[in-house]
Design a protein around this ligand. Structure first.
Ligand code: NAD
Ligand code: TYD
Length: 336
C-alpha cells in the first residue's frame, strides 16, 4: 500500500514509518512533517535512503501543500499522527494545539474527501475520555470529558474525523491510544524526562502526590495496533488501544531510579498540573476481538529497552535538549 503518514518525524510516527519500511513489508511511505521542536529526521536515519520512502517538509494546516500532495501521490491511506502532543505545553500556550490538531486534521480530511482517498486513519488518545474513576474503564462508547486544551483539541479532531464518515461516507477510522513510551520519545513526557534527568543527577519533578495512574503502551505495540485497525478494522469505527499496564507515576519513577541506579532523593514533589486527570483506564477489547491485536511488550522489559536506548543515545538527547528545550523547561518548572 502507499501510505501518506503525517507527523512521521515524531516519536510514534517515526516508529510507524520504520515499521512500514521494514524489509518484511513492501509499502511505500510519504512522510509529511512540519519539523516542529518535536520532529526530528534523526529518528528516521535508518530508513532515509529507502527507495520506498519520501520526506515532504510541510504543514498539515497548509491546504495548498496538502491538496497538491494528495493529488500528486494518490495514497491508498492517510495516517494522521501530526499533532501538538504535550499537555503541559498546551497549558502554557493553548493556540498551537487548536491550529494543528483541529485545523490540520480538517485540512487533511478535506483533501482526502476531494481526492477520494480510500482509507483515513486518525490517531487520537484516551485523554479524550478524561479522568476515569476506579474501577471503571472506558470503552469506545464512554462519554468524552477532555480536561486540557490538548485533550479537548484531540476530542474535537477525533469527532470531526468521524463526522466525515457519517456525513460524506468517507472510510475514516479513529484510534484512541493510552500513554506511549519507548525509544526516541521527546524528553518532555514523563518516562524520557525522568530517565534523562536521573542520568544527569537532576531533580525528578513529581506533580502533586504522584499517585495519578496511566496505562503504559509500548510504542511498537501502538504502531501494530494502528496497522491492524487499517488492515482489519472497520471504517466509521473507533478502536481503543491500551497497554494493559496501569501504574501510578511514582511507581514508574521508582522503577526508573532503580534501573539507572540513582537515589529516591532525586524525586522532588512540585505543584500539580492544573486540571490534572487522576486516572486513565481503557478497554481494548474491541480491537483485540475484531483484529486479533494484542499488546506484546511487558512493561518491565519495555522500560529496560527504553532506558538502554537512552543510555546508548546520549547525543540524541543532548541535541534535542539544546535550543528551545531549556526555555520550555524553565517556563514549565521554574515556578512550581
Ligand atoms: P510528537 O510530538 O513526538 O510528534 C509530533 C510530530 O508531528 C512531529 O514530528 C512534528 O514535527 C509533527 N507536526 C506537528 N505539527 C505539525 C503540522 N502542523 N504539520 C505537520 N507536522 C506536524 O508526538 P507523538 O507522541 O509521536 O504523538 C503522535 C500522535 O499520537 C499524536 O496525534 C498524539 O496526539 C497521539 N498520541 C500520543 C500518545 C503519547 O503517549 N505520546 C498517546 C496517544 C495518542
Ligand atoms: P505526560 O508524559 O505528560 O503524559 P500525559 O499528561 O499525556 O498523561 O505525563 C504522564 C503523567 O506524569 C501525568 O500524570 C503527569 C505526570 N508528570 C509528572 O508528574 N512530572 C512531569 O514532569 C511530567 C512531564 C509528567
Amino acid at each position: 500500500m502507499k501510505f501518506l503518514v503525517t507527523g512521521g518525524a515524531g516519536f510514534i510516527g517515526s516508529a510507524f514509518v520504520r515499521m512500514l519500511l521494514d524489509a518484511s513489508r513492501g509499502d511505500d511511505v510519504i512522510n509529511l512533517d512540519k519539523l516542529t521542536y518535536a520532529g526530528n529526521l534523526e529518528n528516521l536515519a535508518s530508513v532515509t535512503h529507502s527507495p520506498r520512502y519520501r520526506f515532504v517538509h510541510g504543514d498539515i494546516c497548509d491546504a495548498e501543500v496538502v491538496n497538491n500532495l494528495v493529488s500528486d501521490t494518490r495514497p491508498d491511506v492517510i495516517v494522521n499522527f501530526a499533532a501538538e502532543s504535550h499537555v503541559d505545553r498546551s497549558i502554557l500556550s493553548p493556540a498551537p494545539v487548536f491550529e494543528t490538531n483541529l485545523r490540520g486534521t480538517f485540512t487533511l480530511l478535506e483533501a482526502a474527501r476531494m481526492h477520494k482517498t480510500p482509507r483515513f486513519l486518525h490517531v487520537s488518545t484516551d485523554e479524550v475520555y478524561g479522568s476515569i474513576d476506579a474501577p471503571h474503564e472506558a470503552n469506545e462508547g464512554y462519554p468524552l470529558r477532555a480536561s486540557s486544551p490538548y485533550s479537548a483539541s484531540k476530542a474535537g479532531s477525533d469527532l470531526l474525523a468521524l463526522s466525515y464518515f457519517v456525513t460524506y461516507k468517507m472510510p475514516v477510522t479513529v484510534t484512541r491510544a493510552s500513554n506511549n513510551y519507548g525509544p526516541y520519545q521527546f524528553p518532555e513526557k514523563l518516562i524520557p524526562l525522568m530517565i534523562s534527568n536521573a542520568m544527569e543527577d537532576k531533580p525528578l519533578p513529581i506533580y502533586g502526590d504522584g499517585m495519578q495512574i496511566r496505562d503504559w503502551l509500548y510504542v511498537d505495540d501502538h504502531c501494530r495496533a494502528v496497522l491492524a485497525a487499517i488492515e482489519r478494522g472497520r471504517p466509521g469505527e473507533i478502536y481503543n488501544i491500551g497497554g494493559s499496564r496501569a501504574l501510578p507515576n511514582v511507581e514508574v519513577v521508582q522503577l526508573i531510579l532503580d534501573a539507572v541506579g540513582k537515589p529516591v532523593s532525586l524525586m522532588q514533589t512540585v505543584t500539580d498540573r492544573p486540571g490534572h486527570d487522576r486516572r486513565y483506564a481503557l478497554s481494548s477489547h474491541k480491537l483485540m476481538q475484531e483484529t486479533g491485536w494484542l499488546a506484546e511488550m511487558p512493561f518491565e522489559k519495555g522500560l529496560k529497552t527504553t532506558i538502554d536506548w537512552y543510555r546508548n543515545n546520549t547525543e540524541w538527547t543532548a541535541r534535542v535538549k539544546s535550543g528551545e528545550y531549556q526555555n520550555y523547561y524553565d517556563r514549565n518548572y521554574a515556578n512550581r
